[in-house]
Design a protein around this ligand. Structure first.
Ligand SMILES: [Zn+2]
Ligand SMILES: [Zn+2]
Length: 209
């Protein structure tokens, strides 16, 4: 599995280009700005972009969906709860008011336990509600993409509509911190400390856990 981390847009979002070195099939996690640069990278690596996968429906993570889909034909994958909540007429209106490009509705809805496959790469969906109802983490080959669930040294906000602190802490403690210590953590934002971490390091140093 090849992982390329790219910081995009004006919200310090980390977008990930994940691909299979053998088949050149790829997926993009949270495209959220700088779409031309991202698509150029896909072309340079001669990849076939199959899917856009959103860790959750917040517009700072989905604002690149429309353009990437238009340029590449990739299908959008999101958990159904966030697809319903954010990819709706009210969600689209809110996105436009805030200056973001709304995301089209997802082509494919996933739920806990589903596998997203590109070539030899398989990412397992782990539902981690709490920051948003349909937040997911993606686990594959000793790596976990944590979106706004777990950052390096921090966790996502729960003081926003659709959030739940108690659900969130339960999901993080039972579903994420129970993974093997050496699992590499790839967060959804660059909040400055380090671009990635491990479960062991977060358990030991993250003040929110
Ligand atoms: Zn978020
Ligand atoms: Zn975010």
């Amino acid at each position: 599995m090849d992982i390329e981390q790219m910081e995009v847009g004006f919200m310090d979002v980390f977008c990930y280009l994940v691909s299979c070195p053998r088949t050149k099939e790829a997926l993009l996690i949270d495209p959220a700005g700088d779409e031309d640069r991202v698509v150029e990278r896909v072309k340079q690596k001669k990849l076939n972009l199959e899917y856009i996968v959103n860790t959750h429906g917040h517009m700072d993570h989905t604002c690149g969906n429309a353009k990437i889909k238009e340029l590449t034909g990739a299908k959008i994958i999101m958990h159904e709860l966030d697809d319903q909540m954010f990819n709706s007429p009210q969600g689209w209106e809110r996105a436009r008011q805030m200056g973001f490009t709304p995301s089209p509705s997802a082509d494919i809805n996933v739920k806990d336990g589903d596998q997203i496959v590109v070539g030899d790469v398989s990412l397992k969906v782990i539902h981690t509600p709490g920051h948003s109802p349909g937040g997911i983490c993606l686990l594959g080959d000793g790596n976990i993409f944590t979106g706004d669930t777990l950052f390096v040294g921090a966790i996502g906000r729960t003081d926003i509509p659709g959030a739940s602190m108690s659900q969130f802490m339960k999901a993080i403690k039972e579903r994420i911190l129970t993974l093997p210590d050496k699992t590499i953590v790839w967060p959804g934002h660059n909040y400055g400390i380090r671009p990635s971490s491990t479960i062991e390091s977060e358990k030991r140093t993250n003040p929110w856990l």
